[in-house]
Write a protein that binds this ligand. Sequence first.
Ligand code: GTP
Length: 362
Amino acid sequence: MAGSGKTTFVQRINSYLHSTDSPKPPYILNLDPAVTYMPFEANIDIRDTINYAEVMKQYNLGPNGGILTALNLFTTKFDQVLGIVEKRAESVDYVILDTPGQIEIFTWSASGAIITDAVAASFPTVIAYVIDTARTTAPATFMSNMLYACSILYKTKLPFILVFNKTDVQKHDFAVKWMTDFEAFQKALQTHGARNENTSGDGDPNYMDSLMHSMSLVLDEFYQHLKAVGVSSVTGDGMKEFFEAVEESREEYKRDYLAELQRLQAEKESKLEAQKTDSLKRLMTDLQMEEEDRRKRGLPTERERFPDSDDEDADQEEVEDEGDGEDDIEQYVPRNYIDMRKARKITDPQMESDGSKWPRPG
Ligand SMILES: Nc1nc2c(ncn2[C@@H]2O[C@H](COP(=O)(O)OP(=O)(O)OP(=O)(O)O)[C@@H](O)[C@H]2O)c(=O)[nH]1
């Protein structure tokens, strides 16, 4: 979410990896074209390629449309970016991508999906979903945030870490409790007044109440697939736990995601192969039908018209050898050939033979 502390968190990861016993400087990609201040230097920065303000001006867009278009433009060159990153793969342990502030721009756009899929197909990948812990203490807000996380998890199907940021302001224990104890969350919903506010006059729970209840049941299942860590990007608290979760995710990627990716790739290739065979079959059927149609109408078939058309070089040789008259050439050249010798001479360079005038360069 915007303002949850993504950029500050990337900065913290950067300084943490530089300060370990054996420093492992990460390779950082900034994908946020609108960021004005970055406390670290990115190895690849979208802002070096695309001027976000200029995109807004030229395409007549607002801030969100500008970010989205800038990201789309950048994505057209993402294969080159990936090529550069792949060259560093041997020497770098971690590649970090900082995403644009507006969550939907990255997670619900085509370019976001292309970037995520391309990266995930090349390297073990984990999504770190950064949450502003202090702003998530209300059960309804917490649930909305978790629903967003849930949608991203199911969209990407990648290993996922919930990063409860800003623990220096608000500890994340309440969140862990709500995620592991269904009853505790239900109680919190009641005590925060949600249940009381959402009852009809006679005290029966209304639809909002039952919606919240059902959603928390769905989320209970979702929490089983997640790792949650509390960090403070300001003090550096919890970074060790975060990297432990990253290592677990690396294993999870190899075990679950890679196998699924390979299965999907094999499925895609066999589908493509089947499509090719089908197209070729349909082309052959069309050609046969055309031949039959010509035969029925008493017209010469393709083979009869161009008996030696299988060997184009031989045709060309024959044209050159026997090219002593118009008829010889007409016999061998393909049917769309325009015989310039028969074209009328155009005297006015602006005037075509049929009298029409076409603008000419210059
Ligand atoms: N107290 C505290 N403040 C933090 C922490 N992490 C980030 N902040 C503050 O939260 C604000 C937003 O941080 P950013 O890193 O800019 O957040 P962001 O998610 O990258 O923001 P957008 O890219 O605009 O969405 C800044 O004022 C940070 O100083 C933290 O761990 N503790």
